[in-house]
Design a protein around this ligand. Structure first.
Ligand code: NAD
Length: 352
């Protein structure tokens, strides 16, 4: 396997290699180490070039580009969100991403990010909950039992010790799939008939449904004192999961306010409604949970720095595992300005 440092060869992590990498590291270790990497980058939040993601909306979904840079590395993710896709045998969310050297602009890594997004979203949610949920939280309701759900469960177990799950999905087969996939992994799991039933006795409520509309997955009466809400599924303009009244009773924590005010649950609130940036809590500049009766809400939409951290983490594993392909992505004529000559030499070779 060539050195990852060879500038003309771009390491490419396929879906197959990503799965092998996650299993080689171990799912729990991967989630914990990824959370540490995200925390490291949140602690140096101010060093990053930040911009709300660039979204191209259409009738059925959205395609987004999520760029950021720390001045040394540049990263971006391409991601879609199409709730109707599962009915056609496709994923709601797929993604890939690139990490580049700011010094010369050359890509250093191209990676699948569908699995990586599920892992980074779960790691970020669990990291947030570490600061926002009650420290004795062990029971989590998961409403929406699709592609992201098991990753959320595993991250909350690995990072917080959550080991009791209450599942609800409008499609019972999704809950049964989730139950099967988490079987034997140290959880006690109940499948519930309604969302109301699922939140009964839950310390943490994760909403991770896919629907391209203002949905009301949770109404105000469902959220009691002391609960932490991990609202993951509402991540687009016109797509929310929580009733506005819940937001008015919650202390709200967000990734990057200019993006979340457009995409998150808080799109339902006034533009100046107070929110706290998660990085400030992690850095000790702002308070997280301050009482056992407080309702905390992590209004997750997914921010570029989390993807940057995930790519940085994956790249750190390549040299030792060799779990990548070498991609011939960059033209490299012997004389850098002789790009056309390289084409002519290829033509001459083909003529032989
Ligand atoms: P998915 O399509 O695989 O699963 C969604 C599940 O939600 C389905 O099983 C569906 O039956 C269920 N559902 C829909 N409406 C429901 C309702 N009213 N009550 C209960 N269940 C309902 O999608 P996924 O990949 O798991 O993603 C879920 C959501 O999370 C999407 O909206 C996606 O955009 C979002 N997401 C957010 C982030 C983030 O960083 N915040 C990251 C990844 C995905």
């Amino acid at each position: 396997m060539a050195q990852v440092e060879n500038l003309n060869i771009v390491p490419f992590v396929s879906v197959d290699n990503m799965m092998k990498l996650v299993l080689h590291v171990g799912i729990d270790t991967f989630l914990r180490e990824l959370a540490v990497t995200i925390k490291e980058d949140f602690l140096r939040w101010e060093q990053f070039d930040k911009t709300a993601r660039i979204a191209s909306h259409s009738k059925d979904g959205v395609i987004e580009l999520m760029p950021t840079s720390d001045g040394t590395l540049y990263g971006f993710k391409y991601v879609n969100g199409h709730p109707k896709n599962t009915r056609e045998g496709r994923q709601t969310v797929t993604a890939f991403g690139v990490l580049s050297d700011v010094g010369n602009g050359y890509p250093m890594l191209l990676s699948e990010m569908t699995i990586l997004t599920a892992l980074r979203t779960a790691a970020t949610s669990a990291l947030a909950a570490k600061y926002l949920a009650r420290s004795n939280a062990r029971t989590m309701a998961i409403i929406g039992n699709g592609a992201q759900s098991e990753f959320q469960a595993r991250a909350f177990k690995a990072i917080l010790g959550v080991d009791h799950l209450r599942l609800y999905d409008i499609d019972r087969s999704a809950s049964l799939k989730c139950l099967r996939n988490l079987d034997g992994q140290g959880f006690s799991i109940e499948i519930c008939d309604t969302a109301q039933d699922a939140v009964e006795g839950a310390d943490i409520i994760t909403t991770v449904t896919a629907d391209k509309q203002y949905a009301t997955i949770c109404t105000d009466n469902m959220v009691g004192p002391g609960v932490h809400l991990n609202a993951v599924g509402g991540d687009c303009p016109g797509k929310t999961e929580l009733h506005r009244d819940i937001l008015l009773r919650s202390d709200i924590f967000v990734e990057y306010p200019p993006q979340t005010r457009v995409e998150g649950e808080i799109q339902q609130l006034e533009k100046d409604h107070p929110v706290t940036e998660l990085w400030e809590v992690i850095a000790g500049r702002a308070s997280g949970r301050t009482s056992d009766r407080q309702i905390t809400l992590f209004d997750s939409v997914g921010f570029a720095i989390e993807d940057f951290s995930a790519l940085r983490y994956v790249r750190s594993k390549l040299a030792t595992t060799g779990l990548y392909d070498q991609l011939d992505l960059l033209a490299d004529p012997d004389e850098p300005r002789d790009l056309f000559g390289m084409l002519l030499r290829c033509e001459a070779l083909q003529a032989i």
